[in-house]
Design a protein around this ligand. Structure first.
Ligand code: MN
Length: 245
């Protein structure tokens, strides 16, 4: 497992009070934190050094969190990398979450930041980063057990739900590809992505996310091959989940 002080977080926030509060919360937990005051600084820092995760304020002067995220995701289309970006916004408006996801963010928390919520959302991602390097497992068993509070009955229940739900979602995705229905592809791949994220199933998550993006960009023609990958990942994940319960 990657130690917290090896997790490097880029904190993008223009408000000095918010900066200080978030910096302290993260440092106390042992994270290594670097601050950016606006979107431009985010992009410049990323050019210089690698980060594990970005906490991105939405409203910043010069370059907003949305613009910075879009620029990062565009660059990543060439590198094939994907840095987790968590939106932090003061306005808990309806539709905010959708706007953030649309802009390419992976998750969302609202301000003022609730410490537990902040730690949980980061943990979701950094444990993925850590296990990706450490093992070939299709999912993070320790992380899931922690998530269900060590309750094995609950674990069995969520695995059973997944076993029933995932073929239905796969069917929907395949149907959307056959019908060249980009909106439906985006939606169904997004659902499956959410479903596998509960198991910290990194590979399946990445492939589902790739299909979601293809749907979003209307690139349904290339989706068939990726879908075959997704089927394979879901099959492996299902087998491993079932063998552990
Ligand atoms: Mn701001």
């Amino acid at each position: 497992m990657k130690k917290k002080n090896n997790i490097k977080i880029l904190l993008a926030e223009d408000n000095l009070v918010n900066q200080k509060v978030a910096y302290n919360l993260l440092s106390e937990e042992g994270y290594h934190v670097v601050i950016a005051n606006n979107g431009h600084e985010v992009l410049n820092l990323l050019k210089k050094e690698p980060f594990d995760l970005i906490l991105m304020d939405i409203q910043m002067p010069e370059m907003s969190g949305m613009e910075a995220t879009q620029a990062i995701r565009t660059q990543e289309q060439e590198t094939g990398k994907h840095i987790p970006i968590i939106a932090v916004t003061a306005h808990a408006m309806k539709g905010d979450r959708e706007k953030c996801i649309e802009a390419g963010m992976d998750d969302y928390i609202s301000k003022p930041v609730n410490p537990k919520q902040l730690y949980d959302v980061i943990k979701n991602f950094y444990s993925d980063t850590a296990t990706k390097e450490a093992s070939n497992e299709s999912y993070d068993h320790g992380m899931v057990m922690e998530r269900v509070g060590g309750d094995e009955t609950l674990m069995r229940e969520i695995v059973n739900i997944f076993v029933e739900e995932s073929p239905v979602l796969l069917n929907e995705i395949e149907g959307a590809i056959n019908l060249k229905d980009a909106k439906k592809l985006e939606r169904s791949a997004h659902s499956l992505k959410g479903s596998v994220s509960n198991f910290s199933a990194k590979k399946a998550y990445d492939v589902a996310y790739q299909l979601e993006k293809m749907g979003h960009q209307g690139k349904v023609d290339d989706a068939q091959k990726v879908f075959k990958n997704l089927e394979k990942e879901i099959e492996t994940l299902t087998r491993e989940l079932c063998s552990h319960i």
